[in-house]
Design a protein around this ligand. Structure first.
Ligand SMILES: N[C@@H](CCC(=O)N[C@@H](CS)C(=O)NCC(=O)O)C(=O)O
Length: 212
C-alpha cells in the first residue's frame, strides 16, 4: 500500500519526512496541505489528521503519525535504514533529532516564514534580528560538529542528517549562507549526492511561485 504524506513544498519539517521516505525506497506519495489557505487550522484537519495543526502527517494503512522525527523513526523501523547500528548510535541520533527540532529547524522555519511569507509591512524586524542571532549559534554548533566528519552520526546517512538538513536547501533568505559554514556546506553537498536525493520543491507539491 502506498504511504501518503500530507505535506507542502515550503515545509522543511515535511521535507525531513519526505526525504527519508524517498531515500528509503518506500512506495509513497505526497498529498498537498493548503497551509497558506489555512487548512492546518481547519477543524477537519485537526480532527482527522493532526490535533496539533501541523504538517507533516503520514498515513500508512491504519498507522497515522505526526512529527517528522517520529515518521523518520517509523521509516527506520520498517526499512532498517537511517536508524543507527546500535543503541549508542540510536541515542546519538535521537539527541540530534531533539536538538534540530528545538534549535535548528524550528527556528529556521519560523525565521524564513517571518522574512519571506508574511506581507512585507508585517515583518517584525526586532524578532527577526533576535532569531537570526539564535540561528547563527545553531549553525556554529552544527558546523563545529561536522569538522572532520562526513555524517552527523556514524559513517553513513542517518535520521540525524535527514532532520538537520530540513531547511538548509531552501533558496529563500533566513540568515543561512552556505559559504560561511564550510563543514555544513560540504555535508549538504555529500547528502545531495545520495541516489534519489531531491530538493524540497522537487519532492513535494506547492511552492512560493504558486502564490506569486
Ligand atoms: N516538530 C514538528 C514541526 C511541524 C511544524 O511546525 N510544521 C509546520 C509547517 S513547516 C506547521 O504545520 N505549522 C503550523 C503551526 O505552527 O500552527 C515536526 O518536525 O514535524
Amino acid at each position: 500500500m502506498t504511504i501518503k504524506l500530507h505535506c507542502f513544498g515550503e515545509s522543511g519539517h515535511s521535507y525531513k519526512a519526505a526525504l527519508a521516505l524517498e531515500l528509503s525506497g518506500l512506495d509513497w506519495e505526497p498529498v498537498k496541505v493548503d497551509f497558506f489557505g489555512g487548512q492546518g487550522r481547519s477543524p477537519e484537519f485537526r480532527n482527522d489528521l493532526n490535533i496539533m495543526g501541523e504538517a507533516p502527517v503520514m498515513i500508512d494503512g491504519d498507522v497515522r503519525l505526526t512529527q517528522s522525527g517520529v515518521i523518520q523513526d517509523y521509516i527506520s523501523e520498517k526499512t532498517g535504514k537511517f536508524g543507527g547500528r546500535d543503541a549508542a548510535e540510536r541515542r546519538e541520533i535521537l539527541r540530534w533529532v531533539l536538538w534540530d527540532n528545538h534549535k535548528l529547524s524550528s527556528q529556521a522555519g519560523m525565521t524564513r516564514f517571518l522574512m519571506n511569507f508574511l506581507p512585507e509591512d508585517k515583518r517584525p524586524a526586532d524578532v527577526i534580528g533576535f532569531m537570526l542571532g539564535r540561528l547563527k549559534a545553531a549553525y556554529a554548533v552544527l558546523d563545529a560538529h561536522l569538522a572532520g566528519r562526513d555524517w552527523i552520526v556514524g559513517d553513513g546517512v542517518t535520521n540525524a542528517d535527514l532532520t538537520c538538513c530540513g531547511y538548509l536547501y531552501y533558496p529563500e533568505p533566513f540568515g543561512f549562507d552556505r559559504s560561511a559554514w564550510p563543514n555544513i556546506d560540504a555535508w549538504l553537498t555529500r547528502l545531495s549526492e545520495q541516489p534519489g536525493w531531491k530538493a524540497p520543491y522537487d519532492l513535494m507539491p506547492g511552492s512560493p511561485a504558486d502564490r506569486a
